[in-house]
Design a protein around this ligand. Sequence first.
Ligand code: CP
Length: 311
Amino acid sequence: MKKFTTIYDIENIPEIIQEAIALKTDPFQYETIGKHKTLVMLFFNASLRTRLSTEKAAKNLGMEVMILDINSTWNIEFKDGTIMNLHSAEHIKEAAQVISQYADMIAVRAFPSLKNKAEDESEYIMNSFMKYATVPIINMESATAHPLQALTDAITISELTDKKKPKVVLSWAPHPKALPHAVANSFIKMMQSIEVDFSIVHPKGYALNPEVTKDIPISHHQVEALKNADVVYVKNWSSYNQYGQVLHEDSNWMITKEKTGNASCMHCLPVRRNVVIEDAVLDSKNSVVIQQANNRTYAAQIVLKKLLENQ
Ligand code: CP
């Protein structure tokens, strides 16, 4: 693996899932592979799980980790040819090359603005780092993708059931704030890449990018769609067509025990209790959100290991 910015950077998904699960039996079995190698993690946005699990994963492999909250340093300019006489003090051309001298890999988290679809879809932050950095880039959630989360989710589903083709439903749920499409996009791509009976349910107006959903069955009837599901994956996203807007906060779409029944309930976290998912689900044995968050470490660790093996 030369970089990890999309799930399509994974050569063999079933194989990497098993390799990640094998790491869990002894997380320190490759504790010297990253000796004298440094991971620099750059955060344009907040994080709890991604930050801690990726740092833990790197340390399990013997790597050094340096973390920079980009908002506490110089404003970076991404456009070419700008006269930099306003708010940006440093250009990505210098920044990416300088950071590359301190790093063997650079991991970047950069959310979308949700205001300008074309700009968000250009993935200018992630792509600028890929263009100007001289070391591999890892996506820790970008404008349109969260591949580390998607790999985690595939690992978790594989642990949950022995069924050859489990029924997995991605359900939209309400949220008061406009949220990105990245988690849903990468989850959908991952479900298209593994053996599952997959469908999506969301209210009208919340259709995702058709280039991502392709021919996946989509319904607008949540109760019906969730029947007999083995796994319900819960996520809010803002409207894609009315880009970045919260069209309504229909509380009827909150995930309840009645709707999920015996299905395992997944969510990438953080989750707003009793808005997105009710307590009765999150506090039940059917909730696997903690197991899922634990798997973030092993998803990151197997990706870092594969990048290290290529250096
Ligand atoms: N799921 C996830 O990416 O969590 P954080 O935003 O806390 O990193």
